[in-house]
Design a protein. Structure first.
Length: 257
């Protein structure tokens, strides 16, 4: 009986170990199935020093409707603003937007000064990105598209309009106004000088034409006087002179005979 009891206890322990092993294998298989399924559905990417994970492209597309340059001349702390719109399908997850700065030049090639999160936008909806600054220079927003945008393996982005901050103090404004006045006065003086030169040239041209006319009139009068001083000869007087000469020659021949 003791041997039978020992045999039965060993058999129960072996059965329990087999059952535990079967359960462990089943749990392991189930975990592997769920892990491979999620791995095929999720993706991971390292972009600009941070890791982002998400589902396949949801069909969203972010754009900045306003383009060009927005100059601001006010001083003090200014709030930069740029509207971003989703022209695609509803966003399934949030994304990030950044702010770039350059003192002199293109802000897109300058320094990244901020990174913030943009909440998901539905199709056709838009949001206003904001950032406070107090330094002169050029600023620009950059928003990142979905990590799998267009499923081409690249990180796509969109840039806003350039925002130019030109804060002028009271002294600078006075200096600028003084310079503008001086420039206007110089333009007026130059214009008056040009007008005087034009008037002088026109007067000199008129005087020259009048002198030329007087000279031409004097030449015409001289020619007329020369014509009038030529003596007139009559044909009858010439015939009388010839007859008298012939008579004289005839008398001289008779005296010689």
């Amino acid at each position: 009986m003791k041997r039978v009891r020992k045999f039965k206890s060993k058999k129960k322990s072996i059965f329990i170990l087999k059952l535990v092993g079967i359960l462990y294998v089943a749990i392991a298989c189930l975990s592997m199935i769920t892990t491979t399924g999620t791995a095929s559905f999720f993706s991971e990417r390292n972009q600009d020093g941070y890791v982002r994970a998400g589902v396949w492209w949801d069909g969203s597309e972010l754009v900045f409707p306003e383009k060009g340059t927005d100059p601001i001349t006010s001083c003090g702390v200014q709030t930069l603003q740029a509207k971003v719109k989703n022209i695609g399908k509803d966003m399934k997850q949030s994304t990030t937007y950044e702010v770039y700065f350059s003192k002199n030049g293109d802000p897109a090639k300058g320094e990244k000064i901020s990174t913030k999160e943009l909440a998901p936008l539905k199709s056709g909806k838009q949001a206003t990105l904001k950032f406070d600054v107090a330094k002169n220079g050029s600023y620009q927003f950059r928003v990142l598209q979905h990590p799998e945008f267009k499923n081409d393996g690249k990180q796509h982005d969109e840039w806003s309009k350039k925002i130019l901050i030109k804060c002028k103090s009271n002294k600078q404004e006075k200096e600028d106004t003084a310079e503008n006045k001086n420039q206007k006065e110089e333009k007026v003086e130059n214009g008056s000088k040009e007008n005087n030169n034009v008037e002088k040239n026109t007067k000199s041209n008129v005087d020259n034409t009048e002198e030329q006319k007087l000279e031409e009139n004097s030449d015409d009068q001289a020619e007329i006087e020369d014509i009038e001083t030529v003596p007139e000869t009559n044909i009858e007087d010439e015939e009388k002179v010839e007859q008298s000469e012939a008579e004289k020659t005839g008398e001289s021949e008779e005296s010689n005979q």
